[in-house]
Design a protein around this ligand. Sequence first.
Ligand code: ADP
Ligand code: MG
Length: 399
Amino acid sequence: MKPERTPTTDHALHPDATRTTSRAEMGPAGTRRPRVAVIFGGVSSEHGVSCLTAAGVLAAIDRDRYEVVGVGITRTGRWVVLDSDVMTRLQVVGSSLPELSEDAVDALLVPAAGGGELAVRHQSGLSKLGPVDVAFSLLHGPFGEDGTIQGLFEMMGVRYVGAGVLASAVGMDKHYMKLVLSASGLPVGPFVAIPATEWRRDPTACLESVAALNYPLYVKPARGGSSLGITKVDDVSGLEPAIACAQQYDPKVIIEEGFVDARELECGVLDDPGGGCPMASQVAEIRVHSESGFYDFDAKYLPEEQVDLDVPADVRLDIAEQVQRLAVRTFEAIGCEGLARVDVFLTPEERVVVNEINTMPGFTEHSMFPRMWAASGVSYPELVDRLIRLGLERPVGLR
Ligand SMILES: Nc1ncnc2c1ncn2[C@@H]1O[C@H](COP(=O)(O)OP(=O)(O)O)[C@@H](O)[C@H]1O
Ligand SMILES: [Mg+2]
């Protein structure tokens, strides 16, 4: 049995079931502060990365303006309400990323008039914590960034930050993302997708379909992230082991032709609170020196000097503008909302090709997305505030 513990966050969690507004919740103007449920962790392999993102966002939210409730999703999928001391310990220790303990009070999102409400489950029953005015999911990867939790919010009429169900699902699945982008006339590289059913039915035919691609290849879980399960394959002998590796993360695999000597550029996209066109940030460049030869997990998260991040990128203005235009068109092509980071390759022939869109990009203060916006004049706290405001203002239901 889980130990019974009353949450002691600074987030004005009320173990009683009533929703009378306490003085502690009153904003400067005497109105109740909107309650933001920050949701992080999750069952995907990017659990630890999400915890790092949460540590940054939780520290940056303006508590005078918003009441914050931290909701963790453990690796086994339990929702838990977290103590504030747990949240301050969400950091890299040595080479280990943080992980949420199962030892916490169960949290639930329950339907309520006008949206959802958070509750905790004690032995004696449910204690309501009050309405969720906006959910800010910082989950990366499947069951978080892929439309599933967004569907839960939609069903409950809970406002939330970021991409909706379809855009999240398309953005997560590198196969469908490329289909949608190429159907929209946007440049993507050659690829072959191997869904689990096709692999089970006829692996030989699957391997034959890859013969159309030129080596090196990148073999990836179709719905992965943080480079987990990705292998660069230089010749056919490495193909099957790489497919087996990717399948450990996702039964569906995508195999892409590698861009040789291409530069990796990224661009942040944000919705305009005024309802205008989405805005593009300064463009950044990632220069990798890792042993694997690409931007792998260690280069992304472990404090080694395997990577140089140039913000802004040292590229000609016309190239930067091309990347920005392509980033916004990519955002719009998948019907994205709120935020996204669009990653592209700049080939030696100066072609700009989309690698991927991330609808919930790494979001610590030191991550590329916030850094690109900082270089564009939007500080980390302003960025967090803008996203929450966009979520609060968005209508529920079909948009
Ligand atoms: N087609 C490709 N050509 C060259 N490098 C690639 C290609 N695909 C991926 N990479 C390298 O692998 C990294 C991770 O791939 P990516 O598709 O971005 O996966 P993830 O979603 O895990 O970030 C990229 O940042 C890049 O360094
Ligand atoms: Mg990537």
